[in-house]
Design a protein around this ligand. Structure first.
Ligand SMILES: Cc1cc2nc3c(=O)[nH]c(=O)nc-3n(C[C@H](O)[C@H](O)[C@H](O)COP(=O)(O)OP(=O)(O)OC[C@H]3O[C@@H](n4cnc5c(N)ncnc54)[C@H](O)[C@@H]3O)c2cc1C
Length: 228
């Protein structure tokens, strides 16, 4: 088999490039090592974090603001497993949308780890070790990024976790320190700060920590502190 373009990585960088190349009339292959397309953004990034932000905001609004509107609520509680199930469904629906787009645009999807056998030959190694090879005239490398561990405190997936684990915790933690005051830290910290017991603390050692974030976090109703 020979393709005009092979894209390695099915995140927003990869799948959009694959669609565009197909729209321009090229024969396109997409290689993704995970069964679910969509990369970090759809599976463990933008989409699940927004689903949890949405759910936690609804809970927080009902808890903190409904009374002022004359709305009485009794028995308000968080069903965390149900919240996670909804998040997982949002992810699954979105991932299915990308698979549909691949099919619609005639893009051949290969599941496995993509590498170069030589400049024009792509090797795809599946999880069972089997390898498939094909020719390609051009290749787009869109392999994205992964969470970076602190050099002095590697992830142990129990006490020190990355954003990926924070999107699927078994229960809501009573305390949490979020290291890093960027968008991801603020989003996931907000989710757990809103859901009740958790107190989220944002810690950033970067001098560029934006002032508005410091002010916003200090004004949170939940116990929440910011260290710079
Ligand atoms: C919690 C969180 C929330 C976020 N929220 C937002 C947001 O609201 N808005 C926003 O714009 N961005 C957000 N981001 C960032 C966004 O997820 C990334 O910018 C985006 O996913 C980058 O896309 P990408 O295609 O470059 O890489 P990725 O999405 O990382 O995709 C790369 C893909 O390549 C695959 N891959 C890697 N190596 C190989 C290989 N050798 N063979 C086969 N496949 C391979 C990986 O499995 C992966 O699927 C968020 C990130 C996180 C973690």
């Amino acid at each position: 088999m020979q393709y005009d373009v092979t894209v390695i990585g099915s995140g927003p960088g990869g799948y959009v490039a694959a669609i565009r190349a197909a729209q321009l009339g090229m024969k396109v292959a997409l290689v993704e090592r995970y069964p679910a397309l969509g990369g970090t953004c759809l599976n463990v990034g933008c989409i699940p974090s927004k689903a949890l932000l949405d759910s936690s905001e609804l809970y927080y609004t009902a808890k903190k603001h409904f009374a002022a509107h004359g709305i009485k609520v009794s028995g308000l509680d968080v069903d965390w497993p149900a919240m996670l199930r909804r998040k997982d469904k949002v992810v699954a629906d979105t991932v299915a949308g990308v698979a549909f787009l691949m099919k619609k645009n005639g893009i051949a999807v290969y599941e496995g780890h993509g590498s170069f056998a030589d400049a024009r030959t792509i090797a795809v190694t599946r999880s069972d070790g089997r390898e498939e090879r094909f020719e390609t005239r051009n290749t787009i490398i869109a392999t994205g990024s992964r969470p970076a561990a602190l050099p002095f405190a590697p992830f142990d997936n129990k006490y020190l976790i990355s954003s990926t684990e924070a999107l699927a915790l078994e229960k809501i933690p009573e305390q949490m320190i979020v290291i890093g005051g960027g968008a991801i830290g603020l989003e996931l910290g907000s989710v757990y700060a809103r859901l009740g017991n958790a107190s989220a603390c944002w810690n950033s050692w970067t001098p560029s920590f934006p002032t508005w974030i410091t002010q916003w976090a200090k004004s949170c109703k939940n116990p929440c502190s910011v260290w710079e």
